[in-house]
Design a protein around this ligand. Sequence first.
Ligand SMILES: Nc1ncnc2c1ncn2[C@@H]1O[C@H](COP(=O)(O)OP(=O)(O)OP(=O)(O)O)[C@@H](O)[C@H]1O
Ligand SMILES: [Mg+2]
Length: 528
Amino acid sequence: MAAAAMMVERWAGLGSVVASVLFLWSMVQNHIPPTLRLYLTAWASKLSSYINPYLQITISEYGAERFQRSDLFLAAEAYLSDACARRARRLRAELGKDSKTLQVSVDDHEEVTDEFSGTTIWWYASKRQPKASVINFYPGQDEKRFYRVVFHRRHRDLVVDTYLPFVLGEGRAVTVKNRQRRLFTNNASSSWSPYRAKSVWSHVPFEHPATFDTLAMDPDQKEAILDDLTAFQESKEYYAKVGKAWKRGYLLYGPPGTGKSTMIAAMANFLDYDVYDLELTAVKNNTELRKLFIETTGKSIIVIEDIDCSVDLTGKRRKTKKASGDKDSDDNDKPKLPMEPEKDDATKVTLSGLLNFIDGLWSACGGERIIIFTTNHKEKLDPALIRRGRMDKHIEMSYCRFEGFKVLANNYLDVVVEHELFGEIRRLLEETDMSPADVAENLMPMSKKKKRDPNVCLLGLIEALKKAKEDAAVAKAKEEEDAKEAEAKKAKEKEEAEAKESKEKDEVKDKTSEETNGEIKQADKSPE
Ligand SMILES: Nc1ncnc2c1ncn2[C@@H]1O[C@H](COP(=O)(O)OP(=O)(O)OP(=O)(O)O)[C@@H](O)[C@H]1O
Ligand SMILES: [Mg+2]
């Protein structure tokens, strides 16, 4: 290691000699004809490569894409920060994008060494000064930063074929680990800019605290979902082998307040993915839908909430999506997303557009995506939309039962062990349908007096459950009464209709017989 440092120092000394020569060279080169200058430059570089056994690779901050920082540069920066920065003597510390975490990286003009398969590789961070005469409109573009990788020429293959891809992979993994995850929402197409590809989505930091530990649901179901997600995340090779795009669809269905949206947040936190919350009502047509999809990145969850409310029979958007708790209470029995031939494809999002969104384009753009639909009314969705292969797993989010309650009691009241009131709560929860959201609400009283007293909260929950049970019984009795009344009314109407019909028949019969009698009498009177 020390020998390597000495060697680098020696070459650094030689470098300063070369720099002086180059300076003189630059002084005289203006007086040399261009062809000769080119020839001499090539010759000088040949000579230098003959003497200098070290090769160097430059990784510039801005590559061919002038306005976008190069992936390799970003990966190298992340890799060096993670693996080598602590060995450097001059570091640079900055607040991360989330303004919370501290990011330490190698400072400019600093050199660090890395060991790979017994080989020493030197990294040198630097920047080119901007030309004084150039005014740059893009901040960050005036200084051109770069990394230089220096290694012995006998390790050329190792560095190019193995080491640099390793740095790229490791750097990307570090970036994913350290990144601030984001929650994206689609902008109305009127604000899309042809000059900024990223204008179709806007984002905020994703900071939802939900995890699977805090999610109240059946433990076996939770375990199965976690298994499924882990298997998906680790199956890159498997998906490639069977020729399937690396994506998975989940349909979350159940009554309001049962934790569908919370589950999505828990999944994103578990997988460490970004979330794209796609508001279909803001998308004008299938072309826009496609564009939105293309602008999503890998390692993300694309969510369409309340899919049954997003597009109706004619493809027209509804004005208010979440007017009430139960989003479909206004027109419950209208089927949505029909398999009808779509005529004006240019002006609306259609079922086929949506299906294409899920599987057509998925296959074209690889990369670890999950799509989730949520609905309160699974039965209203077109079977084509939710068939296995599109929505691979259907997850029912249901009312709170005792196992789910125990999670909530732990979350909200820190009650871990069995409480004396648990027996009654268990019985009531089995007899009453109450959503986890309502149970949670009862466990989180806002009054100062009741604050954090488990007994008071649990008693409050028991009261609420009893009331819900009574209300449900009253509602059921009323429903039965209404049904009976409706049946009686129907029977009466039927009876009346039958009576009316038979009366009409009798009248017709009477009239016919009268007419017949009249004709007979007429015949009797007529001369033979
Ligand atoms: N299963 C659950 N576990 C833990 N908390 C829950 C659960 N279900 C609901 N909650 C609580 O209730 C609130 C509302 O839940 P959430 O928004 O996830 O319900 P939802 O099923 O998406 O409802 P909707 O169908 O109306 O969209 C959440 O903020 C959460 O605190
Ligand atoms: Mg929801």
